[in-house]
Write a protein that binds this ligand. Structure first.
Ligand code: PEP
Ligand code: MG
Length: 304
């Protein structure tokens, strides 16, 4: 089985009928490009830029950041690389940027909210990304985490473009953005769904808390319906919609996501073989039927 999955490694992610579902890698440091390429990732769907900031007492300089982004981009000439802006706060606290006295950090300053409270960091990171883009020939897409609605999306897209970035989009992690996805599709170049946070916020269950871990599943039809709102809005407006949360690494769920209309999937590199092999077993019609059943809750086992 594993050997068979490995055989498909050189091929693009696709359903049995040839419908392409690009399979990308989640990457945490520029040197993690090695496993991504080894497992046949078609590009990077989520580069978590936090590593540059963690363990420091101040933000890295524009020069330092430019070097790190260029190092990553240079590994993927001609390929898509999605870099996420710093996601500080909640489960990713940074002493010099995030407040320590919030009663509910997951509902406080995090992601784009933190960046807006530190405009020097926001503008410095965009500047570094634009410089790295100019030095390399990867297809750079930049996105912001924790974006709540179309107003924040428009704000971020305009700011990114003013720095010279070509493709600027947002993550869908807060249920509010799914509910106004039609509006978001008019202003963002793309949306990437972070199912870890989207699940946490849809079910109001802290993703870091073991006592409510049974709520943390994107198989919940409420999460899948939120994803469908975003995929429908994207497909109606020609805006690409990807998934970059843990859900994309579950081969059965990957088929459901393709059937819902998600255009690309990004995951930890070791999951690529199995997801690629599972997608190849279904036509789009079959994936859609599986998605219908999942949206109806047929594969969801409620917690006792
Ligand atoms: C997510 O929330 O699904 C996601 C991909 O981002 P992170 O896990 O880094 O919060
Ligand atoms: Mg997240």
């Amino acid at each position: 089985q594993a050997a068979k999955a490995k055989e498909l490694r050189g091929r693009p992610g696709a359903l049995k009928d040839g419908t392409l579902i690009p399979l990308l890698a989640n990457v945490g440091k520029p040197k993690d490009a090695d496993p991504a390429l080894e497992y046949g990732a078609e590009g990077v769907g989520l580069f978590r830029s936090e590593f540059l900031f963690i363990g420091n007492s101040e933000p890295p300089s524009v020069e330092e950041q430019t070097k790190a982004y260029a190092e990553l981009l240079s590994r993927f000439p001609g390929r898509k690389v999605v870099i996420r802006m710093l996601d500080a706060g909640a489960d990713k606290p940074l002493p010099f940027l995030t407040p320590e006295d919030e009663p509910n950090p997951a509902l406080g300053l995090r992601g784009l909210r933190t960046l807006k409270a530190h405009m020097n960091v926001l503008e410095g990171q965009l500047e570094a990304l634009a410089r790295a883009d100019a030095q390399t020939d990867a297809d750079l897409w930049v996105m912001a985490p924790m974006v709540a609605d179309e107003h924040e999306a428009e704000y971020f897209v305009k700011l990114g473009k003013s720095k010279g970035l070509k493709k600027v989009g947002v993550m869908a992690e807060v249920p509010s953005i799914a509910l106004v996805a039609d509006k978001v599709a008019k202003v963002a170049d793309f949306v990437s769904i972070g199912t870890n946070d989207l699940t946490q916020y849809t079910l109001a269950a802290d993703r870091t808390l073991g006592s409510v871990a049974n709520y943390q599943t994107a198989w919940h039809p409420a999460v899948l319906r939120a994803i469908k709102l975003i995929a429908d809005a994207g497909n109606a407006n020609g805006m690409p919609v990807g998934v970059c949360g843990e859900a994309a690494a579950d081969p059965d769920l990957a088929v459901v996501l393709a059937g819902i209309g998600v255009n690309s999937l990004s995951m930890t590199p070791v999951a690529l073989d199995d997801v690629r092999a599972e997608l190849a077993k279904y036509t789009m019609e079959e994936a859609k039927a599986k998605a219908e059943a999942a949206l109806d809750g047929q594969f969801y086992n409620p917690a006792e």
